[in-house]
Design a protein around this ligand. Sequence first.
Ligand code: GLA
Length: 394
Amino acid sequence: MELREITAMFLEQFGGDETDLRVFVSPGRVNLIGEHTDYNGGFVFPAALDMKTTIVCRKRADRKIVLRATDLDVVVEADIDRLNDYRNLDWGNYQLGVAYVLQQAGYDICGLDMLYDDTVPHGGGLSSSAAIEVATALCFATLSNEKNGITAPVDMIAMAKFGQQAENEYVGVNCGIMDQFASAMGKENCAIFLDCKDLSYRYAPLDLNGKRIVIANTNKKRSLGDSKYNERRSECEVGFALLQKELPDKNCLGEISRAEFEAHKHLITDPVVCKRVEHVINEDDRVLRSIEALEAGDMAEFGALMNQSHDSLRDLYEVTGIELDTLVDEARKIEGTLGSRMTGAGFGGCTVSIVEDTAVERFIDEVGKNYQAKTGLTASFYVSNIGDGGRELK
Ligand code: GLA
């Protein structure tokens, strides 16, 4: 929705006038390469999208948080003094989880009327939840700081961490930091090269030279995605603990090189766990090579690495599935596609492809048609613009 429509809806639902309204936004993300590496202390290379969560809000005089959404017929009324109690809500638990972790960290959570609008597709693997979490964290932290006379700008990396903490501890999904970091720290026309070991990062300008980033949504609803995600994460932990027997100085898989893995992989006797670890080690290496390729303007190499990433997520990490694989296979058949892979957690969600500008229309047409013929599902396509991270709109 356009901001003025969201504002009009806010006034219709909560009454009053525009005088005291505040607006906070934070975007979804696409990850170009580096999948299932973040929670292993590895590298990722995401970029923020122009699809986002917008919150229009206004302070209340009492200690209630009232949540509504532009696309849902739901009203959640929460008590600021009982924020721990809303974990099982169908909608509203991400928002209240963030308010809860901020409160635990000492922020002064105020009563608010809040209307949420999301243009990031839900459950599509483009981090609609991180967008909600970071926008919510920024909103409550900004208002808390104002109330307490703190004038320093809100620390966006801290907001990313609060978002992840809420998702891990309140919602119960053991996600890494990538999505919230990209949502909080995104920069127009840049991808973020992030080292998840210590959160050091740098921006890499996406000078695509006549190519576009095309996102294709399988529109397959993710089922069991969260439990499979947590399962992969534990498999990596098991594999790392075994390698650590001979590599006691290492703190995470992200610190283990390919050569070290080759020399010690005999310690992992379970072939499934070994495949998972092999993916993580190789994927980390691919991120480094893909950034070199991008910076050297070698988009063909960048695309080839994206392809290898997908194949590894399909064969070694086993998080793709027929829908993602079909979209990728069809994408690669189009002349002008440099590379195509799944993005995000997998098990449904989206693919990301680098496509020559002149081939984009044909790409959308043919991939869409062939995907439908093979799966019976209709894909959605977004030619993405890379936007800024979370901020208040004044
Ligand atoms: C999800 C998680 C991220 C990351 C990706 C896989 O998006 O939220 O932390 O682990 O999956 O790379």
